[in-house]
Design a protein. Structure first.
Length: 94
């Protein structure tokens, strides 16, 4: 995929304890490490917003995160267990 005049911010699981990976990001609803995804990548032109939005998406399910980002005009990709669990339309298409 060719990216021109765009940034991407990617967050993923960082800590492995006894073979289990944990996120450094907490789900504000549970107070526990966020577990919806292993990695989230958001595309756009404002790095501060991308940072905040990708962090927020870790505590949201796919539908909620997609609605949140789509409303703001951002594209994203989410991964879990080395699989793509969501990809905005137009990403990876030539």
């Amino acid at each position: 995929m060719l990216l021109t005049n765009i940034l991407l911010i990617a967050f993923g699981l960082a800590d492995c304890i006894d073979g289990v990976y944990y996120s450094h990001l907490l789900n504000p609803k549970t107070g526990k490490p966020a577990t919806y995804y292993d990695a989230v990548t958001v595309f756009g032109i404002d790095s501060a917003r991308l940072d905040a939005y990708s962090t927020a998406c870790f505590a949201m399910g796919v539908d909620e995160a997609n609605s949140f980002l789509e409303e703001k005009g951002y594209k994203w990709v989410a991964f879990k267990n080395d699989e793509v669990v969501y990809k905005s339309s137009g990403i990876g298409e030539e």
